[in-house]
Design a protein around this ligand. Sequence first.
Ligand code: FAD
Length: 479
Amino acid sequence: MGKPTGFLEIDRADRKYRPVEERLKHYKEFVVPLSEPEIKKQAARCMDCGIPYCHNGCPVNNQIPDWNDLVYRGDWKDAADNLHSTNNFPEVTGRICPAPCEASCTLNIDDKPVTIKTIECSIADRAWEEGWVQPLPPEKKTGKKVAIIGSGPAGLAAAQQLARAGHDVHVYEKNARPGGLLVYGIPDFKMEKDVIARRVKQMEAEGVTFHCGIHVGQDLSAKYLESKHDAVLIAIGSEQPFDFFAKSPGRNLDGLHYAMEFLPQQNRRNAGEPQKPKTNEISAKDKHVIVIGGGDTGSDCIGTSFRQGAKSVTQLEIMPMPPEKENKALSWPHWPLKLRISSSQAEGAKTEYSISTTGFTGEDGKVKKLHYTRVNSNLQPVKGTEGALDADLVLFAMGFSGPVETDIVKEFALPVVPRGRFKGLDATDRDYKLATSPKLFCAGDIRRGQSLVVWAIREGRQAAHAIDKFLMGSTVLPR
Ligand code: FAD
């Protein structure tokens, strides 16, 4: 701990955003990094508590007080090495993690946690700028071959760990570029995609082979992959969206779309990547947009709609408005339920709570109105509160139920439970195995259910540990 009195002397300061009117003109990141002296000051606020709750709050167990201390002392290289020892992609989590570490920071008792995420991002960005992030190919190859299906954060983290352990790693991805939701779901304004591309390059130099544009189960049989590899990791995410309005009046009108039909189109446009064949391009330009669902995906739809030139954006959330401030005595050091205004919401969206959609009406086959009722705290309709909102584009961002139940899931006859996980496994299972074959493993959203990038990275790392142990009898890969 560099400065024992830091937390008493220095106020919390965090990164600011560029002004709304400026950032809405483009799809680039708009977070303004703190200066180096300011980052060092912020790192000095870490108390190095006897029990660092932030370690536990962080799913990859980042050694936060250690690198805060190193940054305070100006030892950025060691800080970067320390950070990479627990997290394969800290420049990703430094940008888009909701930072459960900050919720569990002891200084959060007073609402002024250490700006851990900002410090993490600075360390990771600096490591890239200084050329400290280099490929780490293995000294020896093991002769074992591993196939990874899916290249989201879980698949990527596992691939990097396994390649560094000397295995011949092949990643199969149905999209044109690796990265999963990091590339096709999360908008560029939250994270520009060269952040992923340079990691992919690093991994290729470490011996990972990416096979993109291959839909396993359709273009290539999963059983074939199993027969040709010593282990197979399934990391295909949770891509089946919930649709609570399947039977609602007007559901077949034009202009109603899942978030993940809308968001990837814009990311592809930004990258100059052609849309998928037979894509109907969706645009929010000059439209009244309604986003149903109050989470990250909903926020991404808002920010993208504004950048496309929406006339208005309204977000509907069935749950009541959370309290502005949590009851720390009940919640700390856990993730609290409290009102959070995302940067996209702050760009001018109107958010309505305790509201439920009852149907849609339109003209000439196109949606024009969304009908709603207010609901009580038991989510039951309140009579006399019905109404309608102008709606030219409605985006469903209500979460994901699990894998798309075609291809691999059918091929291996994997039993899927409603919230996305494979039956018989739960998030506490430490072998990451699938009971149907000793060679089969799974990780990420497919195993945990819809979750966070930082959890997917952890799952990928731990699956790699389990696979290396299965292949070699023992492993030195960290859990
Ligand atoms: P995914 O990232 O979904 O990757 C799975 C990959 O498998 C995909 O590339 C897919 O194309 C591929 N695949 C699937 N089936 C096949 C097949 N048969 N053959 C070949 N390839 C296949 N989390 C955060 O922490 N912060 C955020 O800001 C955030 N924002 C989000 C925004 C959106 C719009 C969404 C939808 C999610 C967001 N999340 C966020 C959640 C986070 O992105 C996921 O939890 C995480 O990406 C899961 O990682 P994964 O590797 O398990 O799966």
